[in-house]
Ligand binder design. Structure first.
Ligand SMILES: Nc1ncnc2c1ncn2[C@@H]1O[C@H](COP(=O)(O)OP(=O)(O)OP(=O)(O)O)[C@@H](O)[C@H]1O
Length: 219
């Protein structure tokens, strides 16, 4: 079975309109997927279903062979790292360093020895080392985005989901993100990137999952 398998998913927020109906797809652990589609078609919603944060009205999602309904959120979070479209939703610690440490130790309970080195390394990559003792709330939009990326990428997850990761990044920081995605590829890790940016996706993905009102195309 694939790393992610979705069978005949149907989801709606209201009784009247179905956001998507009967969609099925499979994603391998080392696959690099771009999730595209018009505004409001349900890309973020699909990601939330894949993280177990929402439940479909019909259909099932399997993660690494297990029905996601039967796996705890913390177990899913240890396997799959994700960065939300709005990084405010995942930054809650008093300082940047504690935010990084929390994610790292939570996700890598058995390799705490690495922590200092890895956290400093990722703070430097994303040019955040000088904010180590600042509150994440004081950071700019782009800095928050970089902190959310740094904390997910420093963890030893098996698969990564990034929802609009280029938002708020300037050219230099985009290049750093490019390098991190290349590094994930070299480590044999797969990812899904939700994005409207064709150019960015062309460089980083091998499969496009195009969500639209009629269903999903995979190419
Ligand atoms: N909690 C919610 N309750 C009701 N409707 C919601 C909720 N969250 C999202 N929606 C609606 O569901 C639809 C899909 O939203 P979603 O954020 O998944 O789309 P998207 O494809 O990611 O959009 P975008 O490209 O603009 O980021 C939208 O019409 C949105 O308004």
């Amino acid at each position: 079975m694939s790393f992610y398998t979705a069978n005949s998913l149907t989801f709606s927020y209201t009784r009247i309109n179905k956001l998507f109906e009967n969609i099925s797809f499979a994603i391998e652990k080392d696959q690099h997927v771009g999730l595209m589609g018009p505004n409001g078609c349900g890309k973020t919603t699909l990601i939330k279903l894949m993280l177990g944060l929402l439940k479909p009205q019909q259909g099932e999602i399997y993660l690494d062979g297990k029905n996601i309904n039967n796996i705890s959120l913390s177990h899913i979070g240890k396997k799959v790292g994700y960065v939300f479209q709005n990084p405010d939703k995942q930054l809650f610690c008093p300082t940047v360093w504690e935010q990084m440490s929390f994610s790292f130790i939570y996700g890598n309970a058995d390799c705490k020895d690495d922590a200092d080195y890895k956290l400093k390394h990722y703070l430097e990559i994303f040019d955040l080392a000088r904010y180590k003792d600042s509150s994440p709330l004081e950071l700019s939009r782009g800095e928050k985005q970089r902190l959310a990326l740094a904390s997910v990428l420093s963890r030893n997850v098996e698969f990564v989901i990034l929802d609009e990761p280029t938002t708020g990044l300037d050219i230099l920081r985009r290049k750093q993100l490019d390098k991190c995605l290349e590094a994930l590829k070299e480590e044999g890790k797969g990812y899904i990137i939700v994005s409207h940016e064709d150019e960015f996706l062309i460089h980083h993905v091998d499969t496009i999952l195009n969500l639209n009102p009629k269903g999903v195309d995979i190419r």
